[in-house]
Design a protein around this ligand. Structure first.
Ligand SMILES: NC(=O)c1ccc[n+]([C@@H]2O[C@H](COP(=O)([O-])OP(=O)(O)OC[C@H]3O[C@@H](n4cnc5c(N)ncnc54)[C@H](OP(=O)(O)O)[C@@H]3O)[C@@H](O)[C@H]2O)c1
Length: 279
């Protein structure tokens, strides 16, 4: 049940027209990265229930096989491709394999991600973590998307949905490299979306708020901050499959982004006060 505060903040499931979702996906190929757990798993299960042939990507082969088995046991179709997106050659090969074996996808949900909550000083001597986050959140998703988007453009249709974060427009202290790498991928999408639109390939950026998953647990497990469940987040993605908006974001994310752009000094002062309080 959604609390009144969560409802006010728009943190509730989005209503999905299941008939329209089925119309978009039945018998078509749907690629979901980060499908082994959390938001990606919930999206994959829902797309498979709508009749999509779901291609599941993540590193953990056994977790992927468990999701694929669950989907098949429930009458759906799934193929798993274990891949570490930080390995750019492997990410490219995974995209090429999907196209060669299954053809152009109707939907790509670029959802895999990794976050680290850490102050600037703690990054000293840990440049490998910067590279790690850039690999999962920015470079790997581009490497995977290039062959997939090429096939979608040739087929003249499809949609790429990126699961990003409200932090992309409202960067918070402690999330520096995570935010930079997520925002980098989103900027790439904003830049290429006109080219893709010319070939009838739609792009949607989802700006997710806090969602209760393995990713958020280390920082927010005991927090009372209003949040989504993975299933709620999947409903945001599935509604976007039906309605194809350019951006899905809670209202306060959009308002905050406009205010931060108009009043950058004030936005920095609020962020600084937040950081001081967190120490
Ligand atoms: N949870 C939140 O509060 C929140 C808020 C805003 C945005 N988001 C975004 O939502 C998306 C889903 O996050 P989540 O909360 O569902 O996280 P999660 O439960 O930690 O799941 C992350 C998924 O990404 C996969 N993954 C991680 N590293 C990978 C790599 N190197 N190569 C391939 N796959 C990799 C993981 O599988 P393996 O470990 O097996 O590879 C897993 O399937 C992310 O993009 C995240 O940035 C989350």
């Amino acid at each position: 049940m959604t609390s009144p505060v969560a409802a006010l903040l728009g943190l509730r499931p989005h209503r999905v027209d299941d008939t329209a979702l089925r119309h978009r996906l039945a018998g078509r190929v749907v690629v979901v990265t980060g499908a082994s757990r959390g938001v990606g798993r919930a999206v994959a299960v829902r797309c498979a229930a709508a009749g999509g042939h779901v291609v599941l990507l993540a590193r953990g082969a056994s977790a992927l096989a468990e999701v694929a088995d669950w989907i098949v046991d429930h009458g759906g179709a799934a193929t798993s491709i274990p891949v570490d997106l930080r390995d750019l050659d492997a990410a490219t090969a995974a995209g090429e394999r999907v196209v060669a074996e299954l053809g152009a996808p109707a939907l790509v949900v670029s959802n895999a991600g990794h976050s680290i909550h850490r102050d600037l000083s703690a990054y000293v001597g840990r440049l490998h973590d910067v590279t790690r986050l850039a690999g999962v959140n920015l470079l790997g998703p581009i490497a995977l998307a290039l062959p997939l988007l090429g096939a979608m453009r040739e087929a003249r249709g499809g949609q790429l949905i990126s699961v990003g974060s409200v932090a992309m427009s409202l960067p918070g202290p402690g999330w520096s490299v995570y935010t930079a790498t997520k925002a980098g991928y989103d900027a790439w999408l904003r830049s290429v979306s006109p080219e893709l639109a010319a070939d009838r390939v739609a792009v949607t950026s989802i700006h997710l708020p806090l969602t209760r998953t393995t990713m958020s647990a280390p920082t927010y497990a005991d927090s009372r901050i209003p949040s989504l469940s993975a299933a709620d987040a999947a409903s945001w993605v599935c509604r976007a499959v039906v309605t194809r908006p350019r951006v899905v974001s809670p209202w306060w994310g959009r308002v905050g982004a406009v205010l931060a752009a108009a009043l950058p000094g004030a936005a920095d002062r609020v962020a600084a006060a937040t950081w001081r309080r967190s120490r």
